[in-house]
Design a protein around this ligand. Structure first.
Ligand SMILES: NC(=O)c1ccc[n+]([C@@H]2O[C@H](COP(=O)([O-])OP(=O)(O)OC[C@H]3O[C@@H](n4cnc5c(N)ncnc54)[C@H](OP(=O)(O)O)[C@@H]3O)[C@@H](O)[C@H]2O)c1
Length: 330
């Protein structure tokens, strides 16, 4: 059936300016790391993408290696985009990345110019796009000179294959170095994509201050700790959940009794606030004004819709924040 987008889609979403750039991103973006691969249900994948757009989510985050197999999330997204959303390309911000292992041999990993340029060319074919809006270097490369990686990012912008560039999982110090090179080249660094959740607060230790100082936006990933900071695992590991799958990205042994005790306590606090744990976990990340957007993953439209409700209750009292810190420090 032909998809007709919700005409009210821009009414309920908050859009945040990304750093000191001209670009705005929705407070919640959709990530396609899991649930959009070759063996995933394509009916649900389409429901998620169209449902997200209907709710004002204009930003979809991908990477060359998302699947499995690597590349299949871009292929599936490209197919749904061309069948349902091609008339709305200018309302969308599509990102992809290169930096992790993608193909055999010395040219399919890390941060060489050779890898980044050819990877983006491959991504554009799979996505059926002429350009992506944001191209990221997915992780720092300890061997390649930073100049070479940044020159490749600058080049794809000059070629019109990406409108903006970003960095993922760079430390504060590496971000400072990369930003200075990019600025000199004339392509500002738009955004940084770090992991940030109640369980992983490394960005508070200098990265967020650095991003604010440099005028770079921040879009977080795994802010639900891959589903642990939701009610998903409160009664064990359900079949079909990420922890039940063989990918190994969320291992059952990570759900220790200590972690689950914290999750149970956070869940009680969330319900006292009148929201789900997922909603509280997202609101907690978004409360920092330096966060431009939170990328959420979802395996159903119901999960995504539940997560969007977090926008309705963004405030925390200092007592609630104290209680959260107490639970996390135990
Ligand atoms: N730059 C990087 O290196 C990097 C790394 C990782 C991720 N990312 C990006 O960030 C995105 C999000 O990462 P993530 O998938 O780890 O994020 P996440 O949002 O922490 O976890 C998503 C998972 O949580 C569960 N979930 C979501 N909403 C729920 C709800 N309301 N109730 C119960 N369970 C819920 C689902 O698990 P089930 O599947 O079990 O239902 C879902 O797949 C990725 O898609 C990707 O775009 C980037």
């Amino acid at each position: 059936m032909n998809y007709i987008p919700n005409p009210q889609r821009y009414k309920g979403m908050t859009y945040n300016r990304v750093g000191r750039s001209g670009l705005f991103l929705p407070a919640i973006s959709l990530g396609l790391w899991h649930n959009f691969g070759q063996d995933d249900d394509q009916v649900i994948a389409r429901q998620l993408i169209c449902g997200a757009f209907d709710a004002g989510i204009t930003h979809f985050d991908l990477a060359n290696n998302y699947g499995p197999p690597p590349g299949s999330a871009e292929e599936n997204f490209g197919r749904i985009l061309s069948s349902d959303l091609s008339a709305h390309r200018d309302e969308l911000v599509v990102s992809t990345k290169a930096g992790y292992y993608m193909w055999p041999g010395p040219y399919g990993d890390f941060g060489s110019r050779k890898y980044l340029i050819s990877s983006l060319d491959q991504s554009l074919k799979r996505l059926r796009l002429d350009y992506v809006d944001i191209f990221y270097h997915h992780r720092p490369d300890p061997e390649t000179p930073m100049e070479e990686t940044m020159m490749a990012l600058d080049q794809v912008v000059r070629q019109g294959k990406a409108l903006y560039v970003g960095l993922s999982s760079y430390s504060a110090e590496q971000t400072r170095e990369a930003e200075a090179i990019l600025r000199k080249l004339g392509t500002p660094c738009l955004i940084h994509q770090p992991k940030y959740s109640m369980f992983d607060r490394w960005v508070e230790d200098g990265l967020l201050d650095t991003l604010e100082e440099l005028g770079i936006g921040c879009i977080t990933f795994s802010s639900l700790a891959q589903g642990v900071l939701t009610d998903r695992y409160l009664k064990g590991i359900p079949s079909g959940s990420r922890a039940s799958k063989p990918s190994g990205f969320l291992k059952p042994e990570e759900l220790t009794s200590k972690v689950m005790e914290q999750v149970s306590k956070l869940n009680v606090l969330a319900s006292e606030r009148g929201q789900t744990l997922a909603q509280m976990a997202l609101a907690w990340v978004m409360k920092d004004h330096r966060i431009s957007s939170v990328i959420v993953g979802a395996s159903s439209l119901e999960q995504l819709e539940n997560n969007l409700e977090s926008l309705k209750m963004p405030q925390f009292t200092s007592d609630e924040l104290g209680q959260i810190n107490k639970i996390l420090n135990q």
